[in-house]
Design a protein around this ligand. Structure first.
Ligand code: C5P
Length: 236
């Protein structure tokens, strides 16, 4: 098994992100660059992380008309990211356009296509929030609906919270890759994460990749923290 740990580079500056990436790279599989770091560091931060040989998950959650999303996905593919996110609520046509753009752009560059991951319902949205935007007030059902839509639109992966992982895994083809945040070990502070799983629990529930932020970057020794989590995954 390749290393499923993706470290979220949720740090305020490019310098801090690069230093963290360099320190923990040997113990992890990839780095997640989100909208805060990308907005401050620009595409250069992606190039600099890629230049170290590490894989990049560009988590910008594109949500726009199909043509614009396709062009954004093409730009991300040219940056040579290995994973990126789009909102499944943008609809089937938008998802198909994103996947086609990833495939076509990568093929023209002679590279494997990045994994286009669908985001279903943000975990910050509960029934009341869904009702406020005119949707049925049942987050679990909405996640299932959007997950099925993502599969039929040809996406090969989804972002999936620990809350919904086991149920979503059961509904989907086994080839669908599930990327799960909200990972906490027994001694870790939950922070603002309401429902968490440990790394081995999430893998057992069907995760393909684990996004881990604070338990690694806020640790006294981030490299040791990453190695410790990795060791829990190879234990018999
Ligand atoms: O520090 P922590 O391990 O909680 O970081 C988790 C990362 O995953 C953060 O970058 C956060 O934005 C992201 N994320 C999440 N929950 C979701 C989707 C993404 O925690 N439902």
């Amino acid at each position: 098994m390749s290393n499923p740990i993706i470290v979220a580079l949720d740090v305020p500056s490019v310098e801090k992100a690069l230093a963290l990436a360099e320190q923990v790279a040997p113990a992890v599989g990839a780095f997640k660059i989100g909208s805060e770091l990308f907005t401050s560091g620009g595409p250069d931060i992606v190039r600099r992380i890629r230049a170290t040989g590490a894989s990049v998950f560009l988590d910008l959650k594109f949500h726009d008309i199909p043509n614009t999303v396709a062009k954004s996905v093409a730009a991300a593919t040219r940056l040579d990211v290995q994973m990126l996110t789009i909102h499944t609520s943008g609809g089937p046509e938008m998802m198909r356009a994103a996947e086609a753009s990833a495939q076509e752009t990568a093929s023209s560059l002679g590279r494997p296509a990045p994994l286009v991951l669908g985001v279903t319902v943000l975990t910050s949205m509960d029934g009341n929030e869904l009702a406020a935007v005119g949707l049925p007030p049942n987050p679990g059902k909405q996640v299932e609906r959007l997950a099925a839509l993502a599969v039929s639109a040809g996406l090969r992966g989804l972002v999936c919270s620990p809350l919904e992982l086991a149920a979503v895994r059961q509904l989907l083809p086994a080839t669908m890759q599930l990327v799960t945040p909200g990972i906490r070990g027994p001694g870790d502070a939950a922070g603002d994460q309401k429902r968490t799983l440990s790394a081995p629990e999430a893998m057992a529930a069907g995760a393909s990749w684990l996004v881990i932020g604070r338990p690694i970057y806020a640790a006294e020794n981030p490299r040791a923290a990453a190695e410790k989590i990795l060791a829990t995954l190879s234990a018999p």
